[in-house]
Ligand binder design. Sequence first.
Ligand code: UD1
Ligand code: CA
Length: 497
Amino acid sequence: MSQPRPAAVVVLAAGEGKRMRSTIPKVLQRIAGRSLLEHVLAAVAPLDARRQLVVVGHAREQVIAAVAGRAPAVSPVVQDDQRGTGHAVRAALRAVAGIQPDELVVVVPGDTPLLTGATMVALLAEHVRADASATVLTAELSDPTGYGRVIRGPSGDVRAIVEQSDADPVTAAIREINTGVYVFTAGPLVEALTSLTTDNAQGEEYLTDVIGVLFACRQAVAACPLDDPGEAFGVNDRVQLAAAGITMRDRIVTAAMRAGTTVVDPSTTWIDVDVVLEADTTLLPNTFLHGSTRVAAAAVVGPDCTLTDTVVGAGATVSRTTAADSVIGPDCVVGPYTHLRPGTHIGHGVKLGAFVETKSAQVADGAKVPHLAYVGDAVIGERSNIGCGTIFANYDGIAKHRTVIGMDVKIGSDTVLVAPVRVGDGAYTGAGSIITEDVRPGALAVREGRQRTIEGWVQRRRPGTAAARAATGDVAGEPGRTGTSASIAGMTGGGRL
Ligand code: UD1
Ligand code: CA
């Protein structure tokens, strides 16, 4: 039997989430690169419901904006006062016309990010198989504190859900809990919602009371226990947010390892849901892969890397590097201590070494920036070498300008390239040069201030200092005693410096 298409999924997200103590609404708090709400929407996506409704209330502008930005197929429904989960579902159903009584409505809380699509599909199938009016997703927990308890009759039939705050000790001892996830047949749901009261400990209209109402009307109610009770985990505070993040991290890292990624230290490897890893990649400890990052086969990333929306090519090695919005080509060697800022695009076999920062930089195949450099708004041609300490001075205080380096260029150490400027193919610059004018192909550009050496200056101007003594070989005031120069001479086999 093919899976029926629900008329609507209703995500409950109007509550304030006071216990987060945050200006950000609870459902917009993030783990593994997505908001809690986005995780829930991803779990219900395989149901392919005709409508996805998110009930918003508290901080609705923020939630509506987030939903509009990320998932255009979702419509917000405003619940002005948060008078309970039953009231929220009533508000949602009032907002949509044309749901037929025999159609299905799925309800999920917005704060259960660990739910999976497979579970949602199985729940829907169980509802159809059991021919029920309502099917509750339940979980058996060793500590059921805080959740609604599932009351079953002698034959195991579901009769009611009782909230923690309304439970007597016998009920509170029940370990099967309501996850807050349900499939309802629309007709009986709409009917039962009309008879909810606020006669309970919290003075709210409980959606959970629908179950008791349906049972009393002799409607069939089914329960579908979770294989993995951890999927029911609801996030109410930041301790639970971290716990959910860790569970999600474990799931993602485990899936990556099963799919062929070596993860040396799973507990310090954090991978967002949308990251793509090819088989035969290796992740070393303390690696954070965010957003749409992709890592190709045989690449090694880590230790200590944070890559955001970055592509790593096959066979590349990236260590102790922070990168964002960048593309690292195949067989590149990046790091340690390298910062790739947005718009960095390096080709095949490029080397970016220690203390190199790049931004809006295109570096062609085989080029090298081995150490200590700032490369901003730059194009570097194939096989060119950028000497240690080079600065691409791209900012004149008002605007940014580009530097274009040709192929097979050698930029001497400590060159300042004052943009806009071009260095032609095969050209050289001398060490310590400030390059303000274009350099033609094959030329050497040097800015020489000639070196001046004043002999005997230390003896005259810094008499009695260690330097003066060292210069005369008079170490620690003992004339004639040999010092470092002698030992260097010994090491190099040469005469005294
Ligand atoms: C609810 C269930 C409980 C279940 C638990 C699972 C009820 C009465 N209780 O309790 O049986 O074990 O979820 O996590 O349903 N919301 C609205 N509008 C409202 C009230 C709540 O949209 O007027 C939203 C909240 O933002 C939240 C969700 O509904 O996303 C659940 O509400 P919450 O107050 O967290 O219910 P629990 O006490 O956790
Ligand atoms: Ca909750």
